[in-house]
Design a protein around this ligand. Structure first.
Ligand SMILES: Cc1ncc(COP(=O)(O)O)c(C=O)c1O
Length: 371
């Protein structure tokens, strides 16, 4: 009940606006009287291929052990991560989604009243994690929908303890080239930790890839966070990881719930890490889908932001009601995309890149709605 909620807790908790996720298919089916099977969900940047067959088989094998608690230290999974990325196991934090890593970083590193720097139009969890610890947000105006790293470096205050940078960024899809981020890391004072949030890094083309985990070796104040929810196809299992030197990793692990990553997620992630073929297929499907969507946007005269992720931000109209209006009209046609008014982008919508037929269904509906 909202009335009693307002009586309890610190002001900074009551000020939090809850996270708004993509609408589940079942909810849209109920609300609009649609058949679930006819609904296309392109709202949460999930992998349209589903989970890898290798992960499914690994979970099948892990089922027999479900009456037992998971391995609290994720021994086998950390071993697989260590091998794949060339880092010691005491540099790895496993998270209940990479979301968990972002929150652990705020809780471990920032005290109430200190500040956290992040960009306008960046991931919605940064303000949530900041507010949850009673910290002050320093939100730096975006430049061309992406991070303005010069302004962010200048905005770091004496009481700043954490900086969040998403690369590629969500919800805009913008990308910062390796050299530029590298220079930024050197500008961040040594007492300030930078979280480089790379939830979408597996979608980068060869020319854009860079070795951020290698940078961790030089910078004790860098956390690289990665997700298994996107290209690895395991969003429903909730698993992600943070890579940082042992000092910061030790702090994150002190706050982590002992069993924050369940057994099925650990088994599935080990299989997915080794499934290079699935990752490549996911990235190729995404590139093809990106061309399908953006070529259609161009033909329709729809403005969009060039994206390096598995989604595209496009302009639904020129007035501040456009995002909600077009979103509602799409929902009535069984297409779920993501409104981004809560990000300060009320004229825009974000569509995740789906299978070719899902992208086509979205484009058909959009044409009908805008006609
Ligand atoms: C930039 C960014 N970081 C982190 C996450 C969190 O993903 P997960 O908790 O599923 O790993 C997301 C999810 O959409 C994201 O867009």
């Amino acid at each position: 009940m909202t009335t009693s909620a307002s009586l309890f807790g610190p002001d900074y908790v009551r000020a939090i606006a809850p996270y708004q996720g993509g609408k589940p298919i079942s909810e849209v089916a109920r609300e609009f009287g649609l058949d679930e099977a006819s609904i296309v969900k392109l709202a949460s940047n999930e992998n349209p291929l589903g989970l890898p067959a290798s992960s499914r088989a690994a979970m099948q094998r892990a089922l027999d052990d479900l009456a037992r608690y998971p391995d609290s230290n994720g021994f086998d999974l950390k071993g697989a991560i260590s091998k794949k990325f060339g880092v010691p196991t005491d540099w790895i934090t496993l998270g209940n989604g990479s979301n968990d890593i972002l929150e652990l970083a705020a809780r471990a590193l920032v005290a109430p009243g200190q500040s956290v720097v992040y960009a306008e139009y960046s991931f919605a969890v940064y303000p949530l994690a900041t507010q949850a610890v009673g910290a002050r947000a320093i939100v730096v105006a975006a430049k061309d929908f992406g991070h303005d790293l010069d302004a962010m470096a200048a905005a770091i205050a004496p009481d700043t303890r954490l900086v969040f940078v998403a690369n590629p960024n969500n919800p805009t899809g913008t990308f910062i080239a390796a050299d530029r981020i590298r220079a930024f890391i050197r500008q961040v004072p040594s007492a300030v930790v930078l979280v480089l949030d790379e939830a979408y890094t597996e979608y980068l083309g060869d020319a854009d890839r860079y070795d951020s985990i290698g940078w961790v070796k030089e910078h004790p104040n860098l956390i690289v966070s990665r997700s298994f929810s996107k290209a690895y196809g395991l969003a429903g299992l909730r698993i992600g990881m943070g890579i940082a030197q042992a000092g910061v990793t030790d702090l994150l692990n002190r706050l982590r719930q002992p069993f924050n990553v369940n057994s099925l997620a650990q088994a599935a992630a080990i299989a997915a890490l080794g499934d290079e073929a699935f990752l490549q297929k996911s990235a190729q499907l995404n590139r093809d889908g990106y061309h399908q969507l953006t070529q259609a946007f161009e033909a329709m005269g729809i403005e969009y932001v060039a994206s390096h992720g598995n989604f595209v931000l496009f302009r639904a109209g020129q007035d501040d009601g456009a995002g909600s209006r077009v979103n509602l009209a799409l929902l009535k046609r069984g297409i779920i995309v993501r409104p981004v008014g809560n990000y300060g982008l009320p004229q825009w919508l974000r569509v995740s890149i789906g299978l070719p037929e899902e992208n086509a269904a979205f484009l058909d509906a959009l044409k009908a709605v805008l006609a």
